[in-house]
Write a protein that binds this ligand. Structure first.
Ligand code: AMP
Length: 283
């Protein structure tokens, strides 16, 4: 595995691979890798000859009071995991490489960026779209692999890819969970043992909704009330949102249908966690 820190070198490496007839795939990450990330690397290997994994804690997607400075960073450990998982290129630029002095451009996905996570994290998706579009231009992948864990992000990036005719495939892979159901996340490292136990309330609430839908309850108000009461029973949990929305516009639905998104964002202590279930998916 080759590690690249320069944007120009990344661009040249991608061009050389394509010139040699090899297809390039990209897995964007912020590091602090876990099995969720590695599942994306393995998926990418199935779809492309050369797997590029980017590792960049993107400053412009964090709000002023968020965890940018304390976000877990361990490049050496991550590089080892990626080598084992079969990645070919690790692209790990510094912030000044991605945003040199004078950088002013932002990518906005109107409407979608302000809902759900965007409502409590203003500017977050603008930062995500800006960095991902830059990565797409630097790496020029035929396929980019993302996780369903960040459902709104995947929907927004698909929209951006269509709207801007980027001509690459966005492949979204299932949520990888701990054995007790907690969705894997780099932020789980922040949780104390008590908080770790409390964090199970997210997957439990989604599990209840799934069971209710499968028994024929389709009224979104009833399902949301059920989620709200489960979440309210956990003293360490403070709900940001518990929503049931359509997957195109991310607008609330009255009655759930296959493909709708049941999405949660919950603060457990100081840590904000997200999780979701797509109606009728195996999940
Ligand atoms: P992050 O490093 O948090 O920016 O995540 C990088 C990519 O990994 C994103 O596409 C995430 O959706 C994906 N990802 C994060 N956690 C999981 C998980 N538990 N299962 C599957 N994909 C995940």
């Amino acid at each position: 595995m080759r590690t690249i820190i320069s944007a120009a070198e990344m661009k040249a490496a991608g061009q050389a691979e394509r010139a040699a007839g090899r297809s390039v795939g990209l897995v964007p990450t912020m590091g602090a890798l876990h099995d969720g990330h590695l599942s994306l690397v393995r998926a990418c290997r199935e779809r492309a000859d050369v797997v590029v994994v980017s590792l960049f804690v993107n400053p412009i997607q964090f709000g002023p009071n968020e965890d940018f400075t304390r976000y877990p960073r361990d490049l050496e450990r991550d590089a080892g995991l990626l080598r084992e998982a079969g990645a070919h290129i690790l692209f790990a630029p510094e912030a000044a490489e991605m945003y040199p002095a004078g950088f002013r451009t932002r990518v906005e996905i109107e409407g979608l960026q302000d809902k759900l996570c965007g409502a409590s994290r203003p500017g977050h998706f603008r930062g995500v779209c800006t960095v991902v579009l830059k990565l797409f231009h630097l790496v020029e992948p035929a396929v980019a692999v993302f996780g369903q864990k960040d459902a709104q992000q995947a929907i927004i990036l698909k929209r951006m890819t269509r709207d801007l005719d980027l001509g690459l495939v966005i492949d979204v892979r299932p949520i990888v969970r701990e054995t007790d159901g907690l969705a894997m996340s780099s932020r789980n490292a922040y949780l104390s043992p008590k908080e770790r136990a409390a964090a199970l309330v997210l997957s439990r609430a989604l599990g209840e909704v799934r069971a209710a839908v499968r028994q024929g309850t389709l009224d979104a108000a009833v399902l949301k009330a059920r989620m709200a009461s489960i979440l309210a029973a956990e003293p360490l949990a403070r709900v940001d949102y518990a929503a049931i929305v359509d997957p195109e516009g991310l607008d609330p639905v009255a009655e759930v249908r296959a493909g709708d998104l049941v999405a949660l964002a919950v603060h457990i202590g100081r840590t904000r966690l997200i999780d979701n279930w797509v109606v009728d998916s195996k999940g």
